[in-house]
Design a protein around this ligand. Structure first.
Ligand code: BTN
Length: 327
């Protein structure tokens, strides 16, 4: 899918790094006039991009605003479908709501809605989700797998495995773990949540809306007091600024890879990858479901993504949805 012309120009500067690009070569390559190129460069400058003019050679991109804009994401993408249509918004109520509308309109598999901030970010169990402006990754991916609704929860685990690998490719100073079913933790603190919603008919999924919230560049004081003891960000743990567009692209690269793997080979390889990164399996846990509190040892997940807990009396209980506390 083609990017808007301004973003096509930006993508070329991002890929060229320090090599100057002339206005004429851009005009020739993109089939537009030099005046049009100049106007697009003006717009980019108004958005915060800084260009240096090198005499007789052209322009070099010297400064970028800290934004998760489509051109910057695309410059790191290696996918066929995922992230090839990105709806970028500065502010939105919730990327899930926009994704719902787009899914109903029939957008393609892998369409992404991403925003710098959400005014009504949604967490699981109708909790609010804190979405600090310009500091995190607040995005929803619309996917359209040809599966029955009963298999939808497995895609949360596909997403969890993709996120862990994306984080590992951008951060080298820690290893994230998955807390069943869909939290990513670093040293016991939450850095990422996943909210999967579904549009479906009786026997087939129309679209899955995989909502992903990653705390990327917050410092501790950016979190509200009630989160300061339980949350963290990649930047705090890595002790470095996180390149958010690169993180988003890596996430989409892995999400496409593992969605394809799931469609081709089923849940088994995903289950193995998930268990490798799990910080829940083998631990003594307390699971609070809507109906009861279960304490025991987490011994595995089933093909359906159900968490199995062994009680002290040896009985094994399956949990579909719960809040988990690791004891
Ligand atoms: C959780 O409770 O752990 C799930 C949090 C999911 C948050 C993400 S941020 C992007 C997307 N839009 C939302 O409103 N929620 C999800």
């Amino acid at each position: 899918m083609n990017l808007p012309m301004k973003d096509e120009i930006l993508k070329r500067f991002l890929l060229a790094k320090d090599t100057p690009i002339s206005g004429q070569s851009l005009a020739d390559e993109l089939g537009i006039s030099r005046t049009a190129v100049w106007k697009h460069l003006q717009t980019l400058q108004e958005e915060g991009y800084v260009f240096e003019t090198i005499k007789k050679k052209g322009y070099v991109l010297k400064g970028k605003p800290d934004k998760v804009d489509p051109a910057r994401i695309t410059s790191f993408l290696t996918t066929q479908r995922f992230g090839r249509n990105i709806q970028y918004l500065d502010e939105v109520t919730s990327t899930q709501s926009v994704a719902h509308e787009l899914a109903r309109e029939g957008v393609h598999d892998g369409t992404v809605v991403i925003a710098e901030t959400q005014t009504m970010g949604k967490g699981r169990m109708a909790r609010p989700w804190e979405s600090t402006k310009g500091k995190g990754v607040w995005m929803t991916v619309v996917i359209r797998p040809d599966v029955p609704p009963s298999q939808a929860p497995q895609f949360t685990l596909v997403a969890a495995v993709a996120i862990v690998n994306a984080i590992k490719s951008v951060c080298k100073n820690f290893t994230p773990t998955i807390k069943w079913p869909n939290d990513i933790l670093i040293n016991g603190r939450k850095c990422t949540g996943i909210l999967t919603e579904m549009l479906a008919e009786m026997d087939r999924v129309e679209a899955l809306l995989i909502g992903i919230g990653i705390n990327a560049n917050q410092q501790m004081e950016d979190f509200p007091p009630e989160l300061q003891t339980i949350a963290t960000s990649l930047s705090i743990e890595e002790q470095a600024e996180i390149n958010r567009p690169q993180l988003v692209a890596e996430l989409l690269n892995y999400l496409e890879l593992y969605s394809n793997l799931y469609i081709k080979e089923g849940f088994k390889p995903i289950k193995a990858l998930w268990e490798e990164s799990s910080g829940t399996i083998g631990k003594q846990i307390k699971a609070t479901t809507l109906r009861e509190v279960i304490e025991g040892k987490a011994i595995g997940i089933t093909e359906e993504g159900v968490l199995e807990i062994q009680l002290d009396n040896g009985e094994i209980k399956g949990v579909y949805s719960a809040d988990i506390e690791i004891m």
